[in-house]
Design a protein around this ligand. Sequence first.
Ligand SMILES: Nc1nc2c([nH]c(=O)n2[C@H]2C[C@H](O)[C@@H](COP(=O)(O)OP(=O)(O)OP(=O)(O)O)O2)c(=O)[nH]1
Length: 365
Amino acid sequence: MSSKANKNRESQKAIVNVAVAVIHHKDQYLLGFRDAAQHQGNRYEFVGGKIDNNESGEQAVIREVAEETGIAIQDNTIVKLGRLHHDYGDKQVSLQVYKIELTTAQYEQHKHCQYGLEGQALVWVNKRDLLTEQYPLPAANKTILEWLSVPTTIAITYPLTHFKTHSDPRSAWLQYHQENLASKSWVYMRVKDAMSEDIVGRLMRQRPDISVIVSHDADYSFLMSKDLVVENKHTSEQIVAHHLTHTTLMQWFDSIQDSSASTQLISHTHPLFVSCHDAASINAANHLASTRLQQQLPPVIGAFLSPILMTQTHPHAEPLGWETWSSLAQLADMPIIGLGGLSPAMIDQALTYGGISVAGIRQFY
Ligand SMILES: Nc1nc2c([nH]c(=O)n2[C@H]2C[C@H](O)[C@@H](COP(=O)(O)OP(=O)(O)OP(=O)(O)O)O2)c(=O)[nH]1
């Protein structure tokens, strides 16, 4: 084989490790433009570049942002959003993606810069335009946009048993959530009752403003009915993701280890959230995330990692505490959502410890 062919083979096999910086100030996000001559050229990109040998992803992201934009981010909170592998055919990349919020002073200083330090065009775009793909990005970034769609707070419904003293618990559950859920919130419908589809469906019809996460194995096909168009939106569109409990996630993982068992089919239609409590379940979640990317299925967009603190709903579960939670969060290839004894105001603490959102029941409505 010629040395050129050998070289081609080598370059196809080698995975390029890249640090990617999602830099934003509130809803304004910074994009660069990739020159036509570059790999994946003539597209927008997040600031970033190759991770050097002996450099961590975080060190690389600080260096790349300084080299490309002159913005010094070493004192900002740098949160790992996720890691993903993408095969472009001519090149394989492993992206380590970080989210960095600039201070108002940093943003004011750089918001009018039209060119970066390497002569590349820079542009600030609003989040809605970014997520609706008004700015073409490399294909691998599709997953990053899905990760960014996850809001900083997620409300979780009370279990049906919370209303067990009421004469009609299902009506009480429905009325409580209909009246109390915050406008336009993302809500994880955790009813903990096998026969809950009808009340979840009714809540969705009564509150067309909310986006919902539902159990991956519940049957919501009735929401596809032609009649269920509320405020110009089809009710089924309210389902933004499916959810896998810790138990289901581990069952899926066990089934892929055991070649004689049939692997559980998990939603081909929606992105996924999973629940994790320890390193083993995060490992399973990482396998699930990479399997879905390989199969070009909607990605895993978040993992609820719990319990951080003592909770009233799970009084016997040993809390992880912030330090352990943080080291587990670092292992995950997807955005981490803090859960267990938190309030929405604890988002800054969650960011500092490596999470991107907080979730909960009582204080989140
Ligand atoms: N910076 C950046 N790179 C991205 C993004 N999405 C994505 O797939 N990539 C890919 C494109 C490139 O193959 C690689 C980035 O490496 P790079 O910026 O050092 O690549 P380059 O072409 O400038 O480097 P070179 O080979 O010319 O030295 O990661 C993104 O949002 N930002």
